[in-house]
Write a protein that binds this ligand. Sequence first.
Ligand code: NDP
Length: 287
Amino acid sequence: MSAKILDGKAIAAELRDSIQQEVEKQVALGKKPPGLAVIMVGEDPASQVYVRNKKIACQKAGFKDVSVVLPAETSQEEVLALIDKLNADDEVHGIIVQLPVPDHIDPEEIIERIHPCKDVDGFHPYNVGRLATRMPQLAPCTPHGVMTMLAKTGIPLRGLNAVVVGASNIVGVPMMLELLNERATVTVCHSATKDLAQKVSEADLVVVGVGIPNMVKGEWIKEGAIVIDVGINRMDDGTLCGDVEYDTAAQRASWITPVPGGVGPMTIATLLENTMQVAYHLDCKVK
Ligand code: NDP
C-alpha cells in the first residue's frame, strides 16, 4: 500500500479563506475585527518563527494583531498585569502566551490568569475541563486542527483503535480527549510505556507528538493505518523532520501527514478559528 497524503497545508488554506470571508462579512455589518494578542517573553528562536507566522496569518485573515514581545527579564507580575489589561480590552478576543517562557516565569499561573473566554490556546483548566466533559468550548489548537483535518478528509473515527504517542498538555492529552469524544478507543503512550512498538502496531490511527526525530518506525505501522505526525524537529542541515519514519510508514499507511505541510498549518488556522469564534459566535458564560 502507498499512503495518500493528508494535505494539512491545503485544508488549512481553505479554513483560513473561510475565516477571512466571515471576518469581512462581520466587519461589513459593523462588528470589530477579531483581535489576537500573542505574548512572547524573551527571544527563543523557534518561538520567534512561530510568532511571526501567527502574525502573518492574523493580518491576512483581517484580524487585529496585538502581539507583544517582552524582554526576557520581564517579571511574573509584569506579565500578569499585561494579561489583566488584555482581559479587560474589548478589542482583544484571544490571548496566548508563546511557550516556552523563561525559567523565572511560572507558565501555569500565566495560563490560569488568561480569561477562559479569551483562552484561544485552550490551555486554561476551565477549557480542558470542558473538553474532558464533552462540552468543548475552546479546544487546544493542534489536536483540534488534527480533528478538522480528519473530518474534512472524510475519515470516520468511531470505533477505531487510536494510539496517541506523547501525553503533553498541548498535544497528547487533549488529542486523547478529542478522539475519545468521537468514540475512538484510545491508548495514550508516554515515556514510561512498555513495548511501544507493539502498541503502535495495533493502531488503526496513530498520532505522534513526542519531539524525537523518526522515533516511530515505519515497520511498526499496521497495514492501512492512518498516521498523524505532530512532531516538528529541526535537523542539523536546517530541514524539518517529523517523529515518524516517513518513507517506510507511507508504504504501509492508508493516510499520512507530511512534515512540514501536515499538522503545523492546521494549528495556526485553528488558532484563527478559535479567535473568530470568541469574536462572533461564542456564548461564554464565565464572568
Ligand atoms: P513535550 O516534550 O511537552 O511532550 C513530549 C511527550 O512525549 C511527553 O508526554 C513524553 O512523555 C513523551 N515521550 C518522550 N519520550 C518518549 C518515548 N521514548 N516514548 C513515548 N513517549 C515519549 O512535547 P510537546 O507535546 O510540546 O511536543 C511534541 C512534538 O510536537 C514536538 O516535536 C513539537 O515540536 C511538536 N509540536 C508540533 C505542533 C504543530 O503545530 N505541529 C504544535 C505543538 C508541538 P512523558 O509525559 O512521560 O514525559
